[in-house]
Design a protein around this ligand. Structure first.
Ligand code: ZN
Length: 85
């Protein structure tokens, strides 16, 4: 017999450490490009983060400009991190 998962379990992430579904979202950050969630496992107390991205491209000029700026920032952050090492 298969174990039935309740409706709310559908939105729960499986804990990467103990593989159980008893996790909860303790923090959500939204950004223009992704949603970042901090999740905690109530079984093994493991804390992990997930990022949700939308795989779509938009032709709006403002969106394109924003993406260019974000990419530029990411490159700068990446370069700064490299220099620190
Ligand atoms: Zn766990």
């Amino acid at each position: 017999m298969k174990k039935q998962r309740s409706k709310s379990d559908k939105f729960k992430m499986r804990c990467p450490k103990c593989k159980r579904y008893n996790t909860e979202v303790i923090d959500t950050r939204t950004n223009m490009t992704f949603v970042s969630r901090v999740r905690a496992c109530n079984e093994c107390m493991y804390v992990f983060t997930t990022k949700e991205t939308v795989d779509e491209t938009y032709d709006h000029p403002k969106y394109k400009k924003l993406m260019r700026e974000l990419q530029q920032n990411q490159i700068e952050i990446f370069n700064n991190n490299k220099e620190e090492k």
